[in-house]
Design a protein around this ligand. Structure first.
Ligand code: FAD
Ligand code: DHB
Length: 385
C-alpha cells in the first residue's frame, strides 16, 4: 500500500491534516488505534479560539459549528467572592466559540468519509521505519492482517501517549503540577452565558458549558485523586463553595460523565525527525487552564499542510525545513500563557502565604488594568496564525 502522507492518529490534528491535504490534492491515509465510536465520544476540550473558528469555516467545516457552537464575547475571573468580566470584544475585537472537541472530531470524520478519505480505525502494533528517506508504517488492521504503508512523509498525530515521538530522541522540556482537574459533564442548564475561572481558598474551579442543556464543570483536586472519593453530592457541594459569587446560582443535574485529568507542561524539540513530523499533543502538552491544547494541534497541522503542499507540487522543501521553528514559536507562547493562567488560579498544596498574596495581586491587576486584561484577551482568543 502507498500514499503521500501516512498519518498516525485520528484526533483533531490527524483528521484536520488529512482534510487540508485532500483540499490541496495530496493523498493521505489515517491510522487510528481506537474505534470511530470511541474517538467521537471522548469528552475533552471545549473552547475554540478565534483563528481556529476562522480556519474551520474557511475549509468548509463551519456549518454545524456556526449553528450549534456558542459564541462568547468574554470570560470572568472570580476571586474573593466577586466576579470580574474580561470583555474580549471591547479589548481585542474578537471572541471564542464553545464547541466540544468531540463535535469537531465528528464533523471531520463525516467529512473525510463523504469525500472518500481513507481512515482506518482499530489498528494496532503501529511501527515507523525508514524515517531518514523512505518511510514505512507497519500496522495490524482491524481484521488482524499485518500491513505496510509506504509514504513520502509521516505525520505523527498520535497524542501524548502515541509511539511517534519515541522513534527519535527530541530534547524535552517539562513540568508537572501538584494538582489535577476533576471534570464533570452535567445535564443542567447553564445559569450564565460565559465561562468563569474561579480562584478560591479551597482550590480552583471552572464553570463552562456545552449547550443550553449541558454544563461542564471542573475542580482542582490532588493528582492522586480517586473518583470513588468524590460522589456527586460532594462535587456539587464543592463547586457551590468555590464558584459562589453575588448573583450566581449553580444549577445541579444528573452527572453524565466524570474524570480526572493530570496537568503538565511538555514540549519536545524539534518537532521533526527526517521524514517524520510531529503535530499536536504528540509534540506538546499544556495544562488545560488556558484552553489551548486542541487549538495548538489545529495550528500545527495548518502549518504542516501549508508546507507539504509546495513540497508535493514542486519539491519545495523550504516550508518543511521551517516547520518545527514556525510551530514552536506559537507553542511556547501558549505554554507560557497556560502556565501563567494555571499559576494565577490554582492553590499551591503547601499554601505558602507569599505565593497567595502574589496571586491575588496578579488577579487584581489583571481585572483592573486595561493593558493586563488586553494581554489575557489577546492570548485567550488566540494570536493570529
Ligand atoms: P489526540 O486528540 O490525543 O489524538 C491522538 C489520536 O491518536 C487518538 O485518537 C489516539 O487514540 C490515537 N493514537 C494514539 N496512539 C496511537 C497509535 N500508536 N496508533 C494509532 N493511533 C494512536 N484541552 C483543553 O484545552 N481543555 C480540556 O479540558 C482538555 N481536557 C483534556 C482531557 C484529557 C483526558 C486529555 C487527554 C486531553 C485534554 N485536553 C484538553 C487536551 C486536548 O484534548 C488535546 O490537546 C487535543 O486532543 C490534541 O489533539 P491531537 O489530535 O494532537 O491528539
Ligand atoms: C473547557 C476546558 C478548558 O480547559 C478551559 O480552559 C475552558 C473550558 C471546557 O471543557 O469547556
Amino acid at each position: 500500500m502507498r500514499t503521500q502522507v501516512g498519518i498516525v492518529g485520528a484526533g483533531p490534528a490527524g483528521l484536520l491534516l488529512s482534510h487540508l491535504l485532500a483540499r490541496a490534492g495530496v493523498d493521505s491515509v489515517v491510522l487510528e488505534a481506537r474505534s470511530r465510536e470511541y474517538v467521537q465520544q471522548r469528552v475533552r476540550a471545549g473552547v475554540l479560539e478565534h483563528p481556529t473558528v476562522e480556519l474551520l469555516r474557511e475549509v468548509g467545516l463551519g456549518e454545524r459549528l456556526d449553528r450549534e457552537g456558542m459564541p462568547h464575547e468574554g470570560v470572568s475571573l472570580r476571586f474573593e467572592g466577586e466576579d470580574h468580566r474580561i470583555d474580549f470584544t471591547d479589548l481585542v475585537g474578537r471572541g471564542i466559540t464553545v464547541y466540544g472537541q468531540q463535535e469537531v472530531v465528528k464533523d471531520l470524520i463525516a467529512r473525510r468519509l463523504a469525500d472518500g478519505g481513507d481512515l482506518r480505525f482499530e489498528v494496532s502494533d503501529v511501527t515507523l521505519d525508514g524515517l531518514a528517506d523512505s518511510p514505512v508504517i507497519g500496522f495490524t488492521d482491524a481484521d488482524g492482517q499485518r500491513q505496510e504503508l509506504r509514504c513520502d512523509v509521516i505525520a505523527g498525530c498520535d497524542g501524548f501517549h502515541g509511539i511517534s515521538r519515541g522513534s527519535f530522541a527530541p530534547e524535552v522540556f517539562d513540568r508537572e503540577y501538584p494538582y489535577a482537574w476533576l471534570g464533570i459533564l452535567a445535564k443542567a442548564a447553564p445559569t450564565q452565558h460565559e465561562l468563569a475561572y474561579a480562584n478560591h481558598a479551597n482550590g480552583f474551579a471552572l464553570y463552562s458549558m456545552r449547550s443550553p442543556e449541558v454544563t461542564r464543570l471542573y475542580l482542582q483536586v490532588p493528582p492522586d485523586t480517586d473518583l470513588a472519593d468524590w460522589p456527586d453530592n460532594r462535587i456539587w457541594d464543592e463547586l457551590g463553595i468555590r464558584l459562589a459569587a453575588e448573583g450566581f446560582t449553580l444549577n445541579e443535574g444528573p452527572v453524565l460523565e466524570k474524570g480526572v485529568t493530570g496537568m503538565r507542561s511538555f514540549v519536545a524539540e524539534p518537532m521533526r525527525h527526517g521524514r517524520l513530523f510531529l503535530a499536536g499533543d504528540a509534540a506538546h502538552i499544556v495544562p488545560p487552564t488556558g484552553a489551548k491544547g486542541m487549538n495548538l494541534a489545529i495550528a500545527d497541522v495548518r502549518v504542516l499542510a501549508e508546507a507539504l503542499t509546495p513540497y508535493f507540487a514542486r519539491g519545495d522543501e523550504s516550508g518543511l525545513d521551517a516547520y518545527s521553528d514556525t510551530c514552536l514559536r506559537r507553542v511556547w507562547r501558549a505554554e507560557h500563557f497556560s502556565w501563567w493562567m494555571t499559576s494565577m488560579l490554582h492553590n499551591a498544596p503547601d499554601g505558602d502565604p507569599f505565593t497567595r498574596r502574589l496571586q491575588l495581586s496578579q488577579l487584581h491587576y489583571t481585572v483592573t488594568s486595561r493593558a493586563a486584561a488586553t494581554s489575557l484577551a489577546e492570548n485567550y482568543t488566540g494570536l493570529p496564525h
